[in-house]
Design a protein around this ligand. Structure first.
Ligand SMILES: [Cu+2]
Length: 299
């Protein structure tokens, strides 16, 4: 059933409560350094229709050197899906008007009785130009490469933004899954608010070909590595299960041509399994890797 985005009655939680609780929390070290004190999501009851965000299998992994650069990139396609009972919806607002470069955010959780809870989250949105030209949530996915010989993190994703969007049908047999995409717009530069999200049963795909969909592995030697990908890594959003947000893939890097590393996948960590009779097959690479990349992407 399509869900209305703005029309439902809301009960705004007491912000004072959230701030009091947040003051007791520890400061947060994100992938790009210290950020503001996180606001914990409120508690929810059995009639609140919470989303559940999970990663699907990481795919299309390969390394590449962009033209005119010494950087070596590990590129891959990542996707998170919403397998919960309710839609995942985030509202961005900038009450300060056009002069404000960022939007503060609210998550909206709908209830079986038709009401909705809107509450502030620690997530921040910014406008991204280049090949996106829309608003993003910063740091909503985290990617880390771990050297399996030393168990040390080699590199992490940069501060990165994500527009939440119903890009892929994942499991439309889930109760409440809409047949058609509901979230397809991350607004324009001049907009003062935006509603983004991922519906029940839908996925949001970050294709390897997007400008920032890589981690910098310059200087990484051949060997065995684990790539971990986590959605909502700081736990900003309310979900029915906070313990299934990470997936990983184990790989062996070997010397390739022209300084790239060839990638052989050896194992996968837990991921949201493609349901039997899924509405559509998982998307694969539709174009060849960029010049200078390592062979064909690993499916
Ligand atoms: Cu974008």
């Amino acid at each position: 059933m399509p869900h209305p985005r703005h029309a439902r009655p809301t009960r705004l939680l007491a912000l004072a409560l959230a701030v009091t609780v947040a003051a007791a929390g520890c400061s947060l070290i994100g992938p790009s350094g210290p950020t503001h004190t996180p606001i914990p999501p409120p508690a929810f009851g059995p009639d609140d229709l919470l989303p559940d965000l999970q990663m699907t299998k990481l795919r299309e992994l390969f390394t590449a050197r962009p033209p005119d650069s010494d950087r070596l990139e590990l590129r891959f396609t990542a996707e998170f899906v919403n397998t919960g009972a309710g839609t995942f919806e985030v509202v961005g607002e900038r009450p300060g008007g056009m002069g404000a470069p960022t939007m503060s955010t609210l998550q909206v959780v709908y209830n079986k009785d038709g009401s909705a809870t809107r509450f502030p989250t620690s997530a921040v949105m910014g406008y991204q130009a280049d090949d996106h030209t829309h608003w993003h949530i910063w740091d909503f996915e985290r990617y880390e490469l771990v050297d399996l010989a030393t168990n040390e993190t080699v590199t992490k994703s940069l501060k990165e933004g994500f527009c939440l969007w119903d890009t892929n049908k994942f499991d439309l047999t889930l109760p409440g899954a809409p047949e058609a995409a509901q979230y397809l717009d991350c607004a324009e530069k001049s907009d003062l608010s935006v509603v983004m999200g991922v519906s029940v049963g839908w996925g949001d795909v970050y294709d390897w070909s997007m400008s920032t969909q890589f981690i910098d592995i310059t200087g990484t030697k051949p060997g065995k590595y684990r790539l971990l990908a986590t959605t909502d890594p700081s736990g900003w959003m309310a979900e029915s299960n906070e313990d299934n947000n990470t997936t990983w893939v184990d790989m062996e890097f070997s010397e390739g041509d022209e300084g790239v590393l060839n990638v052989t996948v050896t194992d996968y960590g837990p991921f949201a399994p493609v349901p039997e009779g899924a509405a559509t097959p998982m998307p694969g690479a539709t174009t060849m890797p960029m010049p200078g990349s390592s062979a064909t992407p690993v499916p």
